[in-house]
Design a binder for this molecule. Structure first.
Ligand code: SIN
Ligand code: CO
Length: 380
């Protein structure tokens, strides 16, 4: 279980730093011990469904990028190399817990935890990222420089490695285990391992307009929502056949606005914000509500799948409580809303949750559905 230092004030951080300027948080995670080591990381990077790469630079300044899964590390771990593994929060309880320490930022903004292992002298070079990141120093020491946002020209010392030529550092620090460096999008940075070291990057995401519109359109099409077509029963002859009037332009623009203001678009938006690229369920035989009840009555628990970050709209005007997981909508009776808040937060569910409530059947049926979808798991 990881908790941020009591000296770290969330409200101050959000007001003064989040998306505004970088911050070094000394001992942000107190008594930090690494939940993973480089051997575990190398083992993960051998798995087919794990996204990993090795970035190295040799004495002749040649950069190399190799993509996992890796069978043999000997040929790729040459020079000053870094192994970087994405999405480790989906594979480790502890790493998922590390990400949860940052849940003062909402789930829908969270992306994943990337872990890097860099040998002494290694780093991926100066670069900017499009997203916010908390860089947590694990074992070893690492020097970090951070510059101001600007118009930096990208360079590609390897086709898969984007860097920038350099920047004037505003922050120049050495991080030790448990220290945290927060970097907002667009602030150039460069980390160099002073010793063999581990870095945990808790990364965030933010959709751009194209992604939002694309997703809304895809969802509306998939749901067979009937689009409204432009019509002009009051057409008057234009002064030139090529001419489009301001009224026509504004009517067309209104069509877009109407579409994105519809309840169907709200649903599409929620589905986008809940997307986590979780694996498809492989539950061979669906569980029944009776089986869920029996499990709980016999001391079993139901727990949230690692990496699962459910979301819901604060504004709920129906008789149901609706939440979204991995792009899908789920509904429960409104009376279960408070219970669902705790379940969605990831609280393990045991027999005590059944209570005597009349809502027990609804609770069991949503739990069975979530288990059958693969988003919650039964532990006996
Ligand atoms: C790293 O862990 O080596 C790179 C992290 C970053 O710069 O975003
Ligand atoms: Co970066």
């Amino acid at each position: 279980m990881y908790t941020l230092s009591s000296d770290f004030d969330i409200a101050t951080f959000l007001n003064e730093y989040w998306q505004k300027k970088p911050l070094v948080i000394r001992q942000g995670l107190t008594a930090f011990s690494d939940p993973i080591d480089e051997n575990d990381l190398a083992g993960l990077a051998q798995e087919d469904d794990v996204d990993s790469r090795i970035v190295s630079v040799h004495d002749d300044e040649q950069w190399h990028v190799y993509h996992g899964p890796f069978d043999d590390y000997n040929t790729v771990c040459q020079g000053k190399w870094t192994l970087l593994v994405q999405g480790v929060d989906r594979y480790s309880d502890d790493i998922n817990g590390l990400m949860e320490a940052f849940n003062f930022i909402p789930y829908w903004r969270m992306d994943d935890v990337m872990i890097s292992y860099a040998v002494k002298g290694a780093g991926v070079g100066p670069h900017t990222d499009q997203y916010d990141v908390f860089l947590i120093q694990g074992k070893g020491k690492r020097a970090w420089q951070v510059g101001a946002p600007g118009n930096y020209t990208p360079r590609y010392p390897h086709k898969d490695l984007q860097q920038i030529a350099g920047f004037a550092p505003q922050i120049d620090v050495v991080l030790e285990p448990g220290d945290i460096l927060y970097i907002p999008p667009g602030w150039p940075h460069d980390g160099q391992a002073l010793e063999d070291c581990l870095t945990y990057s808790v990364g965030f995401r933010a959709p751009d307009q194209h992604q939002i519109l694309q997703h809304v359109t895809d969802e509306l099409t998939a749901a067979h929502c009937q689009p409204v077509r432009y019509s002009d029963p009051n057409l008057t002859q234009p002064r030139h056949p090529g001419m489009i009037s301001p009224t026509e332009v504004s009517t067309l623009r209104e069509m877009i606005i109407d579409l994105i203001s519809s309840p169907d678009s709200d649903h599409a938006l929620m589905s986008l914000l809940s997307m986590q690229h979780l694996p498809e369920s492989d539950t061979p035989v669906p569980v029944t509500t009776d089986e869920v009840r029996t499990l709980l009555e016999n001391g079993g628990e139901i727990i949230r799948l690692l990496g699962c970050k459910p979301v819901f709209n604060e504004n709920q005007n129906s008789t149901n409580f609706t939440f979204y997981v991995n792009g899908e909508a789920f509904h429960t009776p409104k009376v279960l809303e408070q219970v669902m808040w705790e379940i969605l937060r990831g609280a393990p569910i045991d027999e005590a949750w059944l209570g005597n409530s009349e809502e027990q059947e609804s609770l069991l049926s949503i739990l069975a559905l979530l288990i059958n979808k693969g988003y919650w798991e039964m532990i006996s």
